[in-house]
Design a protein. Structure first.
Length: 143
């Protein structure tokens, strides 16, 4: 009985966090006057420039420029003024793995990633636990 109760409480916490993340993302979109698409996983994305084929798969290696920030506007990572980064999508957070598949080469847009598709309740440098992450992305190449 205690084990079942703790599983139920854990699931409730996850559902509460998903609802909270969704509310935070929707408030941000309203404040910024943005319209985004939402996937079944809860990821939001905006494609400003669709780009060309090919589009990456969940296991592609991509080259990107990006800026990562919180809904407060606090930037926690940025490639501006640096060389673009190349990496495999198998080594990034789920929100990137799913979201980059909507971009073609040369594509530009935004990912609004709920915490459970990001770092969850793990604290990262410059990122508090349970944070919604926003990324401005320019997909330069797909290998």
């Amino acid at each position: 009985m205690i084990v079942l109760l703790s599983l139920t409480v854990g699931c409730k916490k996850e559902e509460d966090q998903k609802e909270k993340d969704d509310m935070i993302i929707n408030e941000y979109l309203q404040e910024q006057n943005l319209a985004a698409q939402k996937t079944s996983s809860g990821l939001y994305y905006i494609i400003d420039v669709p780009g060309n084929l090919p589009k990456p798969t969940a296991s592609s290696t991509v080259t990107v420029h990006y800026k990562g920030y919180l809904t407060s506007g606090k930037v926690f990572d940025n490639t501006e003024g640096e060389d673009p980064l190349t990496f495999s999508l198998t080594h990034v957070i789920e929100g990137w793995r799913e979201g980059l598949q909507f971009f073609g080469v040369g594509g530009k847009g935004m990912l609004l990633i709920p915490s459970y598709l990001g770092y969850g309740n793990t604290v990262m440098p410059g990122i508090p636990a349970n944070s919604v992450l926003i990324f401005d992305i320019h997909l330069i190449n797909v290998e």
